[in-house]
Write a protein that binds this ligand. Structure first.
Ligand SMILES: Nc1ncnc2c1ncn2[C@@H]1O[C@H](COP(=O)(O)OP(=O)(O)OP(=O)(O)O)[C@@H](O)[C@H]1O
Length: 264
């Protein structure tokens, strides 16, 4: 696989914003104060290339979820700038930020967050229904076939397996063709077979449909589905790995278990 776009934009005088679906410039996020002060993100600079699958890994507490929430506009930063495409999130008021998230960003969470009273199909189209947008029928059909849900469209979440429910959540995220999908531990609640199905589908949506996906995960096997892995430690990016394998990622993660290893 060839790599045309850089992931980290550090060292570049001008980030190639056109290649990037989202980017963070020197973002810092601090929680608490005094003894309880935690620097969750410490001047992180990062670009998410378009049409690629990027995984974010790191030890517990390293700032993965905070980074994703800040980049997705679900949380604010204390300093630095965040962009989705060419729109700077810090400059938007709440209403415009909500609209941008709704129209341009897709989310997949560990808990599937499906509406129990709606069918699979109704769940998939719900965000567009709320936004008053008509789904692109052809695209919707393609998404439904890709996630393999055609025979389950009339089922409610309780009638679906965990893997099928997460595939509904993936289809819901993809249905509106967002510029970027943020996935937070999307396979965290799934057995390994269902997890592999979901990851295979996310991988395919990048390869076949040109989707951009950022995924936070603890699982080296899940990270291996990505084009590139970003490693966080203590709120900083400490490494990147193109074309990851589960073995290489596991090996890299072992380095973080040792005190002070992140600095090496
Ligand atoms: N709302 C909050 N209030 C105070 N501290 C927080 C808050 N959210 C996160 N933190 C702290 O910020 C740091 C980064 O947390 P974050 O959840 O981003 O890490 P993570 O890498 O996603 O961890 P995990 O893998 O365990 O989910 C941690 O030290 C955490 O305790």
């Amino acid at each position: 696989m060839t790599h045309t776009a850089p992931t980290t934009v550090e060292g570049l005088s001008e980030p190639r914003a056109g290649d990037l679906a989202a980017r963070a410039q020197q973002i810092t996020k601090v929680y608490g104060s005094g003894d309880a002060r935690v620097v969750a993100l410490d001047e992180v600079t990062l670009g998410i290339p378009r049409g690629r699958f990027t995984a974010i890994m790191g030890p517990s507490g390293s700032g993965k979820s905070t980074l994703m929430h800040c980049m997705a506009g679900l949380d604010s930063v204390d300093s630095g700038r965040v962009f989705i495409g060419d729109v700077e999130l810090n400059r938007l008021n709440d209403k415009r930020l909500t609209r941008l998230r709704r129209d341009r960003v897709g989310f997949i969470f560990q808990a599937f967050n499906l509406v129990p009273t709606l069918t699979a199909l109704e769940n998939i189209t719900l965000p567009m229904d709320i936004a008053g947008r008509k789904p692109d029928r052809q695209w919707l059909e393609r998404v439904i076939d890709t996630v393999g849900l055609r025979s389950r469209l009339g089922h409610r979440p309780s009638q679906l397996s965990g893997g099928q429910q997460q595939r509904v959540a993936c289809a819901r995220a993809l249905a509106s063709r967002p510029e970027i999908i943020f996935a937070d531990e999307p396979t965290g609640n799934l057995d390994s077979r269902s997890g592999a199905e979901v990851l295979g589908f996310l991988r395919e949506s990048v390869r076949e449909m040109g989707q951009t996906i950022v995924m936070v995960t603890h699982d080296p096997g899940a990270a291996a589905y990505a084009d590139e892995v970003i490693f966080l430690s203590d709120g900083r990016i400490v490494d990147t790995m193109p074309d990851p394998t589960a073995e290489k990622v596991l090996e890299r993660m072992k380095g973080f278990e040792l005190p002070g290893a992140a600095a090496r």
